[in-house]
Design a protein around this ligand. Structure first.
Ligand SMILES: C[S@@+](CC[C@H](N)C(=O)[O-])C[C@H]1O[C@@H](n2cnc3c(N)ncnc32)[C@H](O)[C@@H]1O
Length: 276
């Protein structure tokens, strides 16, 4: 078996590939994520960080350098060998870093899975978590599953705490840009030509979970139902949509618990985008 040597770890290359990206861009993606945290939701040393879709620990390894021994990290994923590797290697060195495997069925990562996302209670007590991170997770999921995780986020978040999640937010402008020139910079050119329902687009009819996007209206509806709002009120547009000079690949939305009045006020406004 081949390994990526990184920061004192020997990480199996096959698990690196399953986590997204390859050995060549491991460090670049790690740094991109850390910079995203610094910019949108800075982490305090003693925070409790929860990562949904923790893969083979790319972010966890970075977070071991940010969180103090009083801080805590919990990651979970649906790829068993990755979670086993994280337990045997990261938890072994950092006892405040723990990992859970859930056998959730997924067309991409776990086609034989026996659970649905709807079966999952996040591994955290009510109002206990400071930061939740998820990269390229909602971009492969359908509405009822996203809605379930969002409700769980509201349950586990402390007041004033934040979530960074990536999405494909599909509006007229993005669809027009992509129809003129599908985004070939991404590994699979994205055009989102197929509608799964009125407010949900997929990129490939034969492989629906490959990339899933939602209209601004649907995103706002899911957030309203979960009692979450957009921190800073803006979606940070990603390069996938054809926008120039974007600092993110996918669209980044920072979420927070919000009052029902604020949630309704955001729902009634058009979704706003920033370029960077
Ligand atoms: C693009 S990878 C990102 C991994 C990691 N955050 C990183 O950057 O290296 C997305 C991860 O989400 C996991 N995943 C997919 N569906 C999930 C679900 N319903 N619940 C939790 N994790 C899921 C996948 O197995 C995959 O490891």
């Amino acid at each position: 078996m081949k390994y990526l040597k990184y920061d004192g770890y020997n990480i199996p290359e096959n698990l690196v590939i399953l986590t997204g990206g390859g050995t060549d861009d491991w460090e670049e993606i790690s740094n991109y994520h850390v910079e995203m945290y610094r910019k949108y939701a800075p982490i305090n040393h003693d925070d409790f960080v929860l990562e949904v879709g923790s893969g083979v620990g790319r972010d966890a390894i970075q977070l071991t350098k940010i969180l103090s021994p009083k801080g805590r990290y919990v990651g979970f994923d649906i790829i068993k060998p990755s979670i086993d590797w994280c337990k045997q290697n990261i938890t072994k060195k950092h006892k405040n870093f723990t990992f859970h495997y859930y056998d959730i069925k997924s067309q991409i990562h776990n086609s034989e899975g026996t659970l649905s996302t709807l079966d999952i209670k996040l591994p955290a007590k009510d109002s206990s978590v400071d930061r939740i991170f998820l990269h390229s997770v909602f971009t492969h999921m359908f509405e009822k599953d996203i809605a379930h995780y969002l409700k769980e986020f509201r349950r586990v978040l402390k007041p004033g705490s934040l979530v960074i999640a990536s999405f494909f937010v599909i509006d007229e402008k993005a669809l027009k840009t992509l129809s003129e020139s599908p985004n070939k910079a991404m590994r699979h050119p994205l055009a989102f030509k197929h509608k799964l329902s009125r407010n949900c687009y997929i990129n490939d009819k034969d492989y629906p979970e490959g990339a899933v996007g939602y209209t601004p209206q649907k995103i706002k509806k899911m957030l309203l139902s979960a009692g979450l709002g957009i921190h800073g009120q803006h979606v940070h547009r990603g390069a996938w949509s054809g926008i120039k000079d974007a600092s993110n690949g996918q669209d980044i939305i920072v979420l927070e618990k919000t009052s029902s009045v604020e949630a309704m006020a955001q729902y009634l406004q058009p979704l706003k985008f920033t370029g960077r």
